[in-house]
Design a binder for this molecule. Structure first.
Ligand code: DGL
Length: 274
């Protein structure tokens, strides 16, 4: 069981910021990463669609014989975590609860800001997770949909990014928070700009980092943590592997190899024509 891979999925390249932290903390694990790049972005889609996409990704990864599933996408975690936990026979970890726990641990003022995609913010998943820990904490949320294309265009250090960050974060800045959760896979890439636009000292929570810690704890408690070997990663994408390779390396912080193209996530396609 220990030797089996961990399955991880995201709407595309964003989840590589989560993978980066997981690789760092769990160097002996083998990870199968699925980026549904043909259907990105998930962040402005309806809950029904995001749930269906999540189930399709999970089924594909299950056919690879994985020991645990990581939902490395905030939008999918916000909408489909409970659903997948009920449906799947293996442990499932999302990115929301680990980040919510860390934010609740860090706040002294009991005021936390959360930023994410439209679907994540509308789901109120972070708010619920934080309030379950401490109902007295005030959560101030803001959808920042333009951050995703800004990061994908490589403009995270540009004045455009500053202008947009200033505009989006004004309400959060004025609401006297002391902790901010970056509730989207892309935001760690523009952390410096987000921090600058807050204009004061705020603790920023990186969801990928907290999720990596949670995965390690879960694997240890289940007795399936790999403690030796070489580890490694294998990638599947539903759109151009070349684009994923070029853009993804920036997110992962290292070159990406072994990328396979999946014609679709319809199981009849990959099971009948492997
Ligand atoms: N991966 C998504 C998230 O973390 C961002 C990109 C998208 O909208 O699909 O919410």
């Amino acid at each position: 069981m220990k030797r089996l891979s961990i399955g991880m999925f995201d709407s595309g390249i964003g989840g590589l910021t989560v993978l980066k932290e997981v690789k760092r903390l769990l160097p002996y694990e083998h990870i199968i990463y699925l980026g549904d790049s043909a259907r990105v972005p998930y962040g402005n889609k309806s809950p029904q669609t995001v749930k269906r996409y999540a189930l399709e990704s999970a089924i594909f990864l299950l056919t690879k014989g994985i020991k645990a599933l990581v939902i490395a996408c905030n939008t999918s975690s916000a909408i489909a975590l409970e659903f997948l936990k009920k449906k799947l026979p293996i442990p499932v970890v999302g990115v929301i609860h680990p980040a919510a726990r860390e934010a609740a641990r860090q706040t002294k003022k009991k005021r936390i800001g959360v930023i994410g995609t439209k679907a994540t913010i509308e789901s109120k998943a972070y708010e619920q997770a934080i309030k379950e820990i401490d109902p007295e904490i005030e959560v101030i949320s803001k959808a920042c949909p333009l951050f995703v294309p800004i990061v994908e265009e490589g403009l995270e250090g540009d004045e455009i990014a500053f202008f947009v960050a200033e505009r989006y974060l004004k309400g959060i800045r004025d609401s006297d928070i002391d902790v901010l959760v970056m509730g989207c896979t892309h935001y760690p890439i523009m952390e410096a700009m987000i921090s600058k636009a807050l204009h004061r000292d705020v603790t920023i929570v990186n969801t990928g980092r907290e999720t990596a810690k949670e995965i390690k704890e879960m694997l240890s408690s289940e007795g399936i943590l790999e403690k030796k070997g070489r580890g490694g990663c294998e990638y599947f994408v539903t759109d151009s592997p070349r684009t994923f390779e070029i853009m993804g390396s920036r997110f992962l912080g290292e070159p990406i190899k072994k990328i396979k193209f999946l014609k679709s996530l319809d199981f009849k396609d990959y099971l009948l024509n492997p």
